[in-house]
Design a protein around this ligand. Structure first.
Ligand SMILES: *Cc1c(COP(=O)(O)O)cnc(C)c1O
Length: 442
């Protein structure tokens, strides 16, 4: 136990590290948690305090921190090959990973392109779609479509298909905007899917010959505040995209890898998109890795003697063997354990634990999909609503929970390895944190 070390790391971090997605001045009073180590669902401070990682460290961790199987695979890989470039060379982890992901799509998406983070995967899918149409002689197809409240990353290209004002507005003059159409967010009522599809059809009818692709977050628009919608939207969108000759890009960076209840969220709509973006959970939360899967037919449109018809995109660490090996070990864990049935059982425990919130006067839209749980807090006072997320975060720490609401939306997205006691603890203390935060607001 070392409280001094804890305070020292906080001071040094605030002096030297520019933290992501943070107004740094808030840290004048908002605590910063120095994490000394992690084990299973828990993160530990130097001061001996512990925090249940209720949001999987920004949705990346699937099978716990310091997972023995992934650790062993990485240690072996480290002594075998840490990195080799993927242009002109290839290596076992990249090949095996591409093969296994292709098999998970029943070989519908037979080729894998590697990158390092989610935003890059999104930009790769956008570029590939545009370049495919260009190679087919359809150079006018250069526009993209995204949903209202979509989030696809924060690089300048990815912001073009992102519709979150907080992340986007400051950079508006730099951005090439996509068409933004109505989201099928189920909170809008029973007609949400029909209205969203009608809006998409209207745009397609007016503009399809200029549209390269539609990009969606299948089933859950996570960063916008866990907006969930019915799979039937995706099934109908696939038909619409085929009818009008527009690519469908599924950004499964957050909802993929089992998060939604199936390995790919698109499986619940019985469709395959033209491109799938994976990142976050694919390496088990260990190393930066992203992948764009696409159809062999799209790959074939780039296959030519002419260099410029090829996809000339690269990142230095493309297909890094350590990251690919972590992903292979993560896929092993899906094969060796009954992950989907177990997750359904765990989710029902968490769901039962959160159930009392359904009738709470300050709660709206208690909802879930797979291992994602969310509700919207009703906070009348506007200034208390603005600080709700930070105050909830602080109160959660007192309950040994790491949780970061998005605005006034409280959500849980825990790793898949919580035992029954941890699930009960997470539900009970989330409710206690909510009550404590409301009490402050009074
Ligand atoms: C996190 C996320 C991204 C961006 O991934 P980064 O690795 O943070 O760049 C893109 N799309 C979705 C749906 C995400 O959740």
């Amino acid at each position: 136990m070392n409280t001094e070390a804890n305070e020292d790391w906080v001071a040094r971090s605030l002096a030297a590290v520019w933290h992501p997605c943070t107004q740094m001045k808030h840290h004048e009073r908002l605590p910063l948690i120095p994490v000394a180590r992690g084990k299973g669902a828990w993160l530990y401070g130097h001061d001996g305090r512990r925090y249940l990682d209720g949001i999987s460290s920004w949705w990346v961790n699937l099978f716990g921190h310091a997972n023995p199987h992934i650790n062993a695979a990485l240690k072996d890989q480290l002594d075998t090959l840490e990195h080799a470039m993927l242009a002109g060379c290839t290596h076992e982890p990249a090949v095996l990973l591409a093969e296994r992901l292709s098999a998970l799509t029943q070989h519908t998406l037979g080729h894998a392109f590697f990158a390092s983070d989610g935003a890059s995967a999104v930009e790769i899918a956008l570029k590939m779609s545009f370049h495919y149409w260009r190679n087919k002689g359809q150079t006018q197809k250069s526009e993209f479509v995204c949903l209202a409240n979509s989030y696809h990353g924060e690089t300048i290209g990815a912001l073009g298909v992102t519709d979150v004002a907080l992340f986007k507005d400051a950079y508006d003059p730099l951005i090439r905007h996509a068409h933004v159409v109505t989201s099928p967010d189920a909170r809008k009522g029973a007609d949400a899917v029909r209205i969203a599809l009608a809006d998409m059809r209207k745009l397609f009818e007016a503009r399809a010959q200029h549209l390269a692709a539609v990009i969606v977050e299948p089933l859950v628009q996570c960063a916008a505040g866990m907006a969930m919608y019915d799979p039937s939207y995706l099934t109908a969108l696939r038909v619409l995209c085929d009818e009008f000759g527009v690519h469908l890009i599924a950004d499964e960076i957050a909802v993929g890898c089992g998060r939604s209840g199936t390995f790919f969220a698109c499986e619940q709509a019985s469709i395959w998109p033209d491109f799938v973006c994976l990142s976050k959970g694919i390496s088990g939360g260990y190393l930066p890795l992203s992948i764009v899967l696409t159809r062999d037919e799209i790959y074939a449109a780039f296959y030519d003697d002419d260099m410029t018809r090829g996809f000339l995109h690269s990142h230095s660490y493309t297909g890094n063997p350590l990251a690919c090996r972590a992903a292979l070990a993560t896929l092993d864990l899906f094969e060796t354990a009954d992950v989907f049935n177990e997750n359904r059982r765990k989710s029902s425990i968490l769901s039962a634990g959160l159930k009392p919130l359904a009738d709470h006067p300050n709660v709206r839209n208690l909802r879930e999909r797979g291992t994602i749980f969310a509700f919207d807090a009703v906070i009348k006072d506007a200034s208390r609503a603005r600080t709700f997320s930070r105050r909830f975060f602080e109160n959660a720490l007192k309950e040994e929970l790491l949780l970061r609401p998005i605005g006034t939306t409280v959500y849980l997205m825990p790793p898949y390895i919580l035992d029954d006691d941890e699930l009960a603890l997470l539900a009970d203390r989330t409710r206690a944190t909510f009550e404590a935060t409301l009490a402050e607001a009074a």
